[in-house]
Every structure is written in C-alpha cells, then in structure tokens.
Design a protein. Structure first.
Length: 432
C-alpha cells in the first residue's frame, strides 16, 4: 500500500498525513456500544456539551495555536481544514475562537435520532465515503456500513491478591501484562525497588516484552498472536532467567527489537456512585491526526494507518478489515472481585511502560497511589536507547551508561488514576 524504504519509513509520510492515512472512524460506534450496555443517560443529553463547544467555539490556547501554525501548509491545501483553521484568510492565532459549526450540525442530527447509526449508514456515510473517493482515500460506504464495535474479553493476570484487566491485542495491554508477569516471576522487588539492580531488572523485563511486541503482535484475526504463550508461567520464567542473567552479568539482555517512533493520545478515568469504573483512552494520533477534514461535516480524520507496520508480510502489516497494533492500555484492577483502581496514560509508545511502572509500584511494592505516580520513570522500546526522567539518582544513571545504554533525559507518559477503597468506598486520584 505504501512506498517504504529499508528503515520502514514511508515516502511523503503518506501513512501519517493525508487521505491514505485514515481508516474507518471507530469512536462513535464504540461510545454507542458502551452507552447501550452500561449507560444511564440518553445520547442526546450526553452530546449536548460537544454540540455547544463545536457551535459556540472555545479559545485557541498557546499550544494549539503553535500546532496550527506548524501544520498550516497542509491545512491550506485541504478545503475542509482551511475552513476550520483560517478565518478570512488569516490563520487562527492564540486568543482566537475555534468553531466547527458543520460538526455541530452533524452531532445535532445524530442527537435528534438518538443514536450514531446514520454516521455509518445513510447520508452521512455517503458524504464521508465521497470525500475519501474525491481525495484518493480508500474508505467506502460499504466499509462504513460493515464497521462494528465489539465487546471483547479482557486479558488479565493476578498479582499479590489483585487482578489486572486490560484490553487484549491490538491494544498495548498484553505488553503491560507480560512485563508484570516477568516481575511476578522474579519476585520483584527483592529489596529496594529503586536501587540500580532492581531498576535494571525492570528495564530488562520491559525490553524483552517490547521485543515480542514489535515482532510478533498484530490484529489477532489476521495474525497468530500467542497471547496464552506470552502470559504463561513458562514464558515468564524463561524471560525472568534472561533478566536475572543480564543483571548478574551487568550487561543488557539480548533483545531483538524493531522500534519505530509513534505519537500521542488522551485518557480519562471515571467512577460513579455505585462504584462502577471506566478507563477510557482515545487517540487521534499526533496534532490533528491525518490533517484532512471531511468538508461539510467538520470531521478531522485520525491517522490510524500510521499504527500499522508499513512493511508487507509482518503481523502488523496493513490489510483490509485489519485493526492496527496500538499503545493504548486503559486498565482496571480488582481486589476480591471489586474494582479498586482505574488507570491509563497518554503519550504514544511511552504509555505501555508508564502504566506498567505505576502498577508495579502500587501492586508490586504496595506503595500508595500518589507515591506510585510520583516515582521517576524509564522508557525503552527494546533497543539500547533509554530515557530516564530527571529525578533518577546518579547511581542509576551511571549504571545504565556503564552497561552501554544510550541514556538521555526526558519524560515518561502522562498518567492518571482513580483508586477506590474496597472497604470504605473512599476515592483517591493522582495524575502526572
């Protein structure tokens, strides 16, 4: 589908920007399914704030203004985007009001029907498909009509009296659970969890899980994803031995990595008065997704195609009907059958490691939630590039440099969580 060089880079970044970068929008269907199964309010009521913001607008803050300016060349070439990001020929600047009346009209029409069905079938679907066809995209009316959101059985592991639930592939959840399974097999932490050997133990577990993730995972409908194998006690113990050997020999574990950069996301948690918990992660990709808009509907399309490995013949290669591997891993933890923690993060590939780390601190070490969220983080994708947050002590930084890692300072993903005391019902929240 894409012209790719030997490093996996797509010509003209066509899998990230433009009409070939977008697939079928799934969010409306997913939210409708959640509402149908668990909701207590009507669609028309819930969509009112979105309609209000789309029609009345909201101020463009500095960060948004900078992003608009950065990508103005693409917006200017796309008629639907130009309507949104330019006002009388002038680019929207900080303090201007961003409005999307076409989107407000679309949402109001769906609200009047009380469902999102017309988005996937009927006049709106036809207009979306026509825009793809006009601009060289591939999504058709048949594709939209065939799209179905589905309820899936979550993947899970048990650790120290808790059960951690997270979506199965194509999400990032399996990698989080694989990391936790290794730490469980290692009896982590054995002593001070922030001491250099313990930190290396965690990093090597992450690297091994990333090696499996980037080489073996994809849409399980089209690829043989060995979920049970990767989460098995046998696999965890085998990986644990590799981690122990690396720490004992003071060298990196031998990992086959295939890393490529990726972008960012949003996450929210919610708990209602009955104790029901929600962890919801949503991604549009980087700033303004594919940076093209369905003219007349105000739909800025995401770049879901960028999450596929553009090279053919791989588990996560593009294909008809396939869902790409992604980094989102909204997670809920239960204790004695009751939901006690909802957690997730934003920040592209950093999401997976950050969720793992906070769960490791909270469950593995039994730190408080604020302590677990505050603890300094690392990021690795399996190779020897290692990002360490600035609060790590010199003893940890020096150890990884001595081991041959290319260490640089940076930040992990942005995580948020809500915890509920299973006895008192008291709620605590933390974010960083």
């Amino acid at each position: 589908m894409f012209t790719v060089d030997d490093k996996g880079v797509v010509k003209d970044r066509a899998n990230t920007f433009g009409w070939l970068a977008a697939g079928v929008p799934g969010a409306p269907a997913g939210l409708q399914l959640a509402l149908d199964k668990f909701g207590t309010k009507k669609f028309a009521e819930l969509v009112k704030p979105a309609i209000r913001y789309a029609r009345g607008g909201f101020p463009v803050v500095k960060g948004v203004a900078t992003a608009i300016k950065t990508h103005q060349e693409r917006f200017a070439k796309d008629p639907g985007s130009a309507k949104l990001f330019f006002d009388k020929g002038e680019l929207l600047a900080e303090g201007a009001t961003f409005r999307n009346p076409d989107l407000a009209d679309l949402l109001q029409a769906l609200a009047d029907k009380g469902r999102v069905d017309d988005f996937y079938k009927g006049k709106f679907a036809e207009r979306i498909a026509a825009a793809f066809k006009k601009n060289g995209g591939l999504v058709t009316a048949d594709d939209l009509a065939a799209y179905k959101a589905v309820e899936v059985t979550p993947s899970s592991i048990e650790w120290k009296g808790h059960t951690v639930y997270t979506p199965p592939p194509s999400s990032g959840g399996l990698t989080v659970l694989q990391m936790l399974a290794m730490l469980k097999a290692l009896g982590w932490p054995d002593g001070d969890a922030m001491a250099p050997p313990a930190v290396q133990t965690r990093v090597e577990a992450m690297r091994l899980a990333w090696g499996d993730r980037l080489r073996r995972l994809g849409d399980p409908k089209y690829a043989d994803v060995p979920v049970n194998e990767l989460l098995s006690e046998k696999s965890a113990n085998a990986h644990a031995k590799l981690v122990q050997l690396a720490v004992q020999q003071k060298k990196p574990a031998d990992v086959k990595s295939d890393g490529r950069p990726a972008g960012g996301t949003i996450h929210l948690n919610a708990v209602d008065s009955s104790g029901m918990m929600v962890a919801l992660t949503f991604t549009h990709g980087n700033a303004f997704g594919a940076q093209v808009t369905v003219d007349g509907l105000g739909l800025i399309l995401g770049h879901g195609m960028s999450r596929f490995d553009p090279r053919p013949g791989r588990p996560n290669s593009p294909g008809p009907g396939k869902k790409p591997l992604h980094n989102m891993c909204p997670t809920i933890v239960t204790h004695e059958g009751k939901p006690v923690l909802t957690i997730g993060a934003t920040g592209g590939r950093k999401i997976v490691n950050t969720v793992c780390e906070v769960l490791a601190h909270r469950i593995g070490e039994n730190r408080t939630l604020p302590e677990a969220v505050k603890a300094p983080r690392v990021h690795t994708e399996g190779d020897l590039s290692l990002l360490l947050e600035k609060d790590w002590p010199a003893t940890v930084v020096d150890r990884f440099k001595e081991l041959g890692y290319a260490v640089k300072e940076g930040t992990g993903a942005t995580l948020s969580a809500i915890e509920r005391d299973s006895m008192s019902g008291e709620l605590r929240a933390a974010a960083r």
